[in-house]
Design a protein around this ligand. Structure first.
Ligand SMILES: *[C@@H]1O[C@H](CO)[C@@H](O)[C@H](O)[C@H]1NC(C)=O
Ligand SMILES: *[C@@H]1O[C@H](CO)[C@@H](O)[C@H](O)[C@H]1NC(C)=O
Ligand SMILES: *[C@@H]1O[C@H](CO)[C@@H](O)[C@H](O)[C@H]1NC(C)=O
Ligand SMILES: *[C@@H]1O[C@H](CO)[C@@H](O)[C@H](O)[C@H]1NC(C)=O
Ligand SMILES: *[C@@H]1O[C@H](CO)[C@@H](O)[C@H](O)[C@H]1NC(C)=O
Ligand SMILES: *[C@@H]1O[C@H](CO)[C@@H](O)[C@H](O)[C@H]1NC(C)=O
Ligand SMILES: *[C@@H]1O[C@H](CO)[C@@H](O)[C@H](O)[C@H]1NC(C)=O
Ligand SMILES: *[C@@H]1O[C@H](CO)[C@@H](O)[C@H](O)[C@H]1NC(C)=O
Length: 317
């Protein structure tokens, strides 16, 4: 005897929205650590913000004007600084560098030189408050050279702000840098280092600090090691003592889920599809089949609303 049955795997959300983080503003006042625990229990983690698109979505997710914790935490100390390219998505590769001999050297003081000047095509770490010309890049136009040497003298944070508003970002990436002919001998490039880390372990280099006047935005005042978004100041980031209590923003990880309908044929009449153990074993077998095809899935039965069980409907033919 042959049986046919149908089962349905249910998804929570549509294909497109699942690609993006969902931000959740929580108005309860908590310390940064309490907020992290709450987000990890109820959602995925404290908010990670990877680019300006994320930042706009984070602001849109709340009507609040408050200052709220995000998932950025600083671990001050010389050994904990990491180099990043300013443009989100461009990875810094320690094997592809163009340091001047003896650089980086923190010549300006301990832990102080966190931004990079290009001097005669070699890199040197420098105080971010130094005033220099700089190079912006337009990432969109890939076929043509898109670097723009800007003739204003600015600090590194000011230069980053200028490039993000008028072009894409400070020039980021070794290839991009050497695609672009230099007419000026001393310029800021998009390389910086800081001690900030994302709660969820993301290595995103995106920073959106409000303070543009000093070096604090790069390394944090040593005691104020947790970052906030200041929603009544365009969401720009600031930092504060982690033990202060504030509202906070969590995010949900993107998950792709599909609704699937399948028809299976069972040749063995002794198999009882209403047996939960059989249903479970079948799911495990199907997951294994997907894995063999290189697709990682977690399957589950859909609860049929009109029937009080989770078993598939069976149609005898
Ligand atoms: C959080 O703290 C602020 C400032 O102390 C206060 O105005 C606000 O009402 C508090 N929010 C909640 C939900 O307790
Ligand atoms: C911004 O970051 C999110 C999360 O990493 C990513 O899904 C999205 O594609 C990024 N958008 C742009 C324009 O880079
Ligand atoms: C680096 O950060 C860790 C915490 O992650 C801290 O324990 C350590 O003291 C820091 N290193 C320095 C040199 O400050
Ligand atoms: C940063 O994270 C991305 C995505 O997880 C990964 O592909 C990339 O290799 C990481 N970059 C570095 C420098 O670790
Ligand atoms: C850099 O080189 C080392 C040694 O050759 C290698 O182990 C490491 O994976 C390389 N790192 C990157 C980011 O390519
Ligand atoms: C490159 O720039 C030239 C001159 O501005 C323009 O005619 C051409 O269409 C550009 N190419 C691309 C691929 O954008
Ligand atoms: C963008 O460029 C204009 C013209 O050079 C300048 O006035 C403006 O200040 C720039 N934006 C920023 C954020 O620096
Ligand atoms: C660079 O980008 C800006 C803003 O996106 C645009 O106005 C400008 O025309 C672009 N320049 C080039 C050379 O592509």
């Amino acid at each position: 005897m042959k049986s046919l049955f149908v089962f349905i795997l249910m998804g929570q959300c549509s294909f497109i929205t699942c690609q993006l983080y969902d931000y959740h503003f929580i108005k309860d006042n908590k310390t940064w650590d309490e907020a992290q625990t709450y987000c990890r229990e109820k959602y995925t983690d404290l908010a990670t913000v990877s680019n300006m698109t994320d930042m706009k979505r984070l602001i849109d997710s709340t009507q609040s004007q408050a200052e709220a914790w995000i998932g950025l935490h600083s671990y001050p100390g010389r050994d904990n600084r990491t180099w990043y390219w300013s443009l989100p998505g461009v990875d810094f590769n320690e094997n592809q560098t163009r340091w001047e001999k003896g650089q980086p050297n923190d010549w300006g003081g301990p832990w102080e030189e966190n931004c990079v000047l290009l001097i005669n095509n070699k890199w040197s770490d420098y105080l971010c408050t130094h005033l220099s010309k700089f190079i912006c890049d337009n990432e969109t136009n890939q076929a043509n050279k898109t670097c723009h040497v800007i003739d204003y003298f600015m600090t590194w944070p000011q230069a980053q702000n200028y490039c993000r508003e008028n072009h894409t970002d400070l020039i980021s990436g070794l290839d991009q840098l050497y695609d672009c002919a230099q007419s000026v001998s001393v310029v800021w490039i998009g390389l910086f280092r800081d001690t900030w880390r994302w709660s969820d372990g993301s290595n995103s280099s995106f920073r959106y600090w409000e303070s543009l006047s000093n070096n604090d935005m790069v390394d944090g005042e040593s005691d104020k090691t947790c970052a906030t978004t200041v929603l009544n100041r365009a969401g720009r980031w600031s930092f504060d003592y982690c033990s202060n209590k504030k509202p906070f923003i969590c995010y949900d990880a993107p998950v792709k889920q599909h609704l699937v309908e399948m028809t299976l044929r069972v040749d063995d009449p002794t198999v009882d599809m209403k047996d939960p153990a059989v249903a479970e074993a079948l799911l495990k077998q199907l997951e294994q089949k997907f894995r063999e095809k290189g697709v990682s899935v977690k399957l589950s039965w859909r609860k049929l609303p009109e029937k009080q069980n989770t078993c598939p409907e069976i149609d005898k033919v």
